[in-house]
Design a protein around this ligand. Structure first.
Ligand code: KG4
Ligand code: ZN
Length: 341
């Protein structure tokens, strides 16, 4: 079954052609971050307008690269939530129009379900020989959730963030340090250069719960930067290279500890056979290593380009989705606050 996957929930126009949920024929991402960089965050209006201009050329290029004709496509899968309303609408309406004119079926996918199914691409899950139940940590720019997956399409939300998402914390700390957007990959690079650090940032917990909370950590970084005299920007001076590297490393260590500690605790409580990491923050090498080291069960982590938003994960989720639930009708709509369970 050949599925065209369309993902426009945030700032990437991501399109892919995937066979049977695992084999990627082509996987393209039209990155808009250069448009948002100067604002230090995503501007929804700009994002939706960019999707409008890039979606059809990206679909055409994706089919060309896959050497697949539109008549060979069996279904069109699209993210219909959660995400930015205007951005989701562009993807959903493009998917509906193409499904109508190509006479193929239409499948709506939850973005978080897509991040989970990245682990099925390129036979990663099959080769791991891990069985259900699984615990999935989805850590992205908009979400940080622990999801118990008892079987395909069977999800239970175990924990979520009470305030900022992990990726959002990376992006905000990068802003404090005067770095670019998105902050996650830049913080990771800076942290790699740091030497011994003689300070720590807090590891916030939520009493009696596995939930996450990152706003206190972000504030602690800003307060220290203030007392060191380089924040708010245009304060006494910019941070030195060594300060940027040390702050980045101390922050990355603190947020990784929070993510790892809660995930391992939940994995034990629910006696899972394996852990799946997904979402943009799972591209972080430090987190990947720390989770693998701390876990007594296998940790399945897609390669970094499949952790960040992509169309292949949507096409993969759609393959497993359609086996159980069939396809959608024309009433499929964008649902900005769509829940997974
Ligand atoms: O899943 P994703 O591509 O989009 C959303 O669904 O939000 O995640 C984007 C988030 C951004 O906040 C970005 O800073 C973060 O993932 N990210 C990273 C890394 N690469 C992307 N965070 C830490 N380390 C990375 N290498
Ligand atoms: Zn995402």
């Amino acid at each position: 079954m050949i599925i065209l996957g369309i993902e426009t929930s945030c700032d990437d126009t991501a399109i892919a052609v995937v066979e049977d949920g695992v084999k990627i024929h082509s996987n393209l991402v039209a990155d808009q971050s250069y448009m948002h960089e100067r604002y230090g965050g995503i501007i929804p209006e700009i994002s939706a307008r960019e999707h409008l201009t890039t979606i059809i050329p990206t679909i055409n290029r994706c089919l060309d690269e896959a050497s697949i004709q539109s008549r060979q496509i069996d279904a069109i899968a699209v993210t219909h939530g959660p995400g930015l309303a205007g951005s989701l609408l562009v993807g959903v309406n493009a998917a509906k129009a193409l499904a109508y004119s190509w006479e193929t079926s239409l499948i709506g996918i939850n973005h978080l379900e897509g991040h989970i199914y990245s682990a099925w691409l390129e036979n990663l899950f099959e080769n791991s020989q891990v069985a259900f139940p699984l615990l999935c940590l989805i850590a992205s720019g908009g979400h940080t959730e622990l999801v118990l997956m008892r079987n395909h399409l069977d999800y239970e939300l175990i924990a979520k963030t009470r305030d900022d998402a992990a990726g959002e914390a990376f992006d905000k700390v990068a802003k404090v340090l005067g770095l670019g957007f998105p902050g996650g990959p830049i913080i990771e690079k800076e942290a790699e250069q740091a030497n011994e650090i003689d300070f720590q940032f807090p590891r916030p917990t939520v009493k009696g719960s596995l939930d996450f909370s990152f706003s206190g950590l972000k504030t602690a970084v800003a307060r220290k930067a203030e007392s060191d005299g380089f924040y708010p920007q245009n304060a006494e001076r910019p941070p030195t290279t060594t300060e940027v590297q040390e702050y980045a490393a101390a922050f990355q260590q603190a947020i990784t500890d929070c993510l790892v500690q809660r995930t391992i605790k939940a994995a034990k409580e629910h006696s899972v056979s394996g852990i799946i990491l997904g979402g943009g923050v799972a591209a972080n090498g430090f987190l990947r290593k720390a989770m693998t080291k701390a876990s007594s069960v296998p940790v399945i982590v897609p390669k970094p380009s499949l952790c960040t938003d992509n169309g292949a994960m949507i096409a993969s989720a759609a393959y497993f989705h359609t086996q159980e639930l069939g396809s959608y009708d024309w009433s499929l709509d964008a649902i900005p606050n769509l829940k997974l369970s």
